[in-house]
Design a protein around this ligand. Structure first.
Ligand code: NIG
Ligand code: FE
Length: 425
């Protein structure tokens, strides 16, 4: 399966930039297969190597060809994979990872039969985390987020989307986005920020009045701050209805924020149709999406982001991944890491995708890499290991990528490269 070095003219001398070579790779997952043929939706090469200079992949090919062009002894970082598999770094495209406080007691209550929405209606859930975040210092928010990112990185995640939405007022929403910006600058994982002032209705407020505040006060301040790229809304019964969600997202578009929607999570309210209508980057959750929603999202080119950890933690039925896959959608997976879904591992998400949602390990890996990058509109090759892409890669302690979905006891990750540098092992 190994092919020629893609960039045969590459300059061997990488003295002007940091260089990296990973060779003797038993199974290299390069990215999605280009022609859709073959046993998996992935392009997989055997006995392969990759080389990177200045954080970018510059050669992909047979171990022999690449190491001739880029001798390991000349590289700043050289890894002999010794037959192990190498895959692109995971992209986690839906998290609420900047928070404070502890909600493990709510987990116990849910195990005894209490509903998620009942807890929220009583002022717990999201609203409880909002109180904890408002009380936390800026440094505490950054420290909490940084700790979670370290765990994610150890499980192979190199790019993470993080939402605000535990502030629910301009000042605290901005503080959350600022925390994301600070964490982005001080640790290896690349962060993509989403403004989610419309995550819940604050205690004692009336929904339309709060939507006015999001549109007239929060969004202009968020746009001026300039950290957020996306705008998300919890389109759900008892939270924001379709028209309220549309108001927020259309105002977000005016301010240059691309829409995303928490859609059809607990009920089928119409968030998927709204996402299709607005040409959102993604519609997320989709546990209650039906055939019409699948069709509408596919036609509009909206990426379905499925979050099996949420269904697992709540004991709910999973989203119908197969319906989306059979319709040709670029299904993405994410952790949805938040105090209601304490999962930071894209490895576990792939296991759930395979075991609970009928995805093949290859579909689950593609959903955790390139398709996840698509849902964040990352056009630089993130989620692949093709030439020109960021050299974000995971060396597994196993001979095949199948071990990502197959293992559910300990991590299959041996080392993580971000921009061609070893950042976890
Ligand atoms: O995606 N559903 C809304 N938001 C989160 C949960 C946030 C929370 O409970 O704190 C989600 O599951
Ligand atoms: Fe969420």
């Amino acid at each position: 399966m190994s092919g020629p070095v893609e960039d045969a003219d590459a300059v061997t001398d990488s003295a002007n930039g940091d260089s990296c070579v990973v060779y003797h790779i038993g199974e290299l997952v390069v990215g999605p297969s280009r022609d859709g043929s073959g046993e998996t939706p992935l392009e997989v090469r055997e006995d392969a190597a990759i080389a990177a200079v200045d954080g970018e992949v510059v050669a992909v090919g047979s171990s022999e060809d690449v190491t001739r062009e880029y001798p390991p002894e000349n590289a700043d970082t050289a890894i002999d994979a010794d037959g192990r598999a190498v895959v692109p770094g995971f992209v986690d495209p839906h998290t609420h990872a900047v928070f404070a406080g502890d909600r493990s007691d709510e987990f116990e209550a849910k195990l005894r039969g209490k509903e998620y929405q009942e807890i929220l209606a009583e002022g717990g859930g999201i609203l409880r985390t909002v109180r904890a975040v408002r009380e936390a210092s800026d440094d505490q928010l950054v420290a909490n987020l940084t700790g979670h990112l370290e765990t994610m990185l150890a499980h192979g995640t190199t790019t993470v989307e993080v939402k605000s939405g535990y502030g629910l007022d301009a000042e605290t929403e901005l503080r959350q986005l600022e925390a994301i910006d600070r964490a982005n600058a001080t640790q290896p994982v690349d962060l993509v920020a989403t403004f989610m002032g419309a995550h819940a209705v604050p205690d004692g407020r009336e929904t339309d009045g709060y939507v006015d505040e999001v549109v007239e006060e929060q969004l202009p301040a968020v746009a001026e701050q300039g950290v957020a790229e996306f705008c998300d809304v919890f389109c759900e019964e008892g939270v924001f209805d379709v028209e309220q969600s549309r108001r927020v997202l259309e105002a977000g578009i005016e301010y240059g924020l691309t829409p995303k929607v928490h859609a059809e999570e607990f009920t089928r309210l119409g968030g998927a149709g709204l996402a299709a209508d607005l040409g959102a980057a993604s519609a997320d959750h989709l546990l209650h999406a039906n055939g019409d929603d699948v069709e509408a999202l596919c036609e509009a080119g909206v990426v379905p982001v499925l979050l099996p950890g949420t269904a697992f933690g709540l004991g709910e039925a999973y989203a119908d991944a197969r319906a989306f896959l059979e319709a040709g959608a670029p299904v993405a997976l994410a952790t949805d890491f938040n105090p209601n879904c304490h999962s930071r591992s894209m490895e576990f998400v792939q296991t759930l995708g395979a075991v609970e949602m009928g995805m093949t390990p290859a579909e689950a890996l593609l959903a955790s890499t390139r398709n996840a990058a698509l849902s964040l509109e990352l056009e630089d090759g993130t989620g692949t290991l093709r030439e020109g892409a960021p050299a974000d890669a995971v060396v597994l302690e196993a001979p095949s990528y199948v071990h990502l979905a197959y293992r559910f006891d300990t991590s299959a990750v041996d080392a993580v490269l971000k921009g061609g540098e070893v950042v976890a092992e």
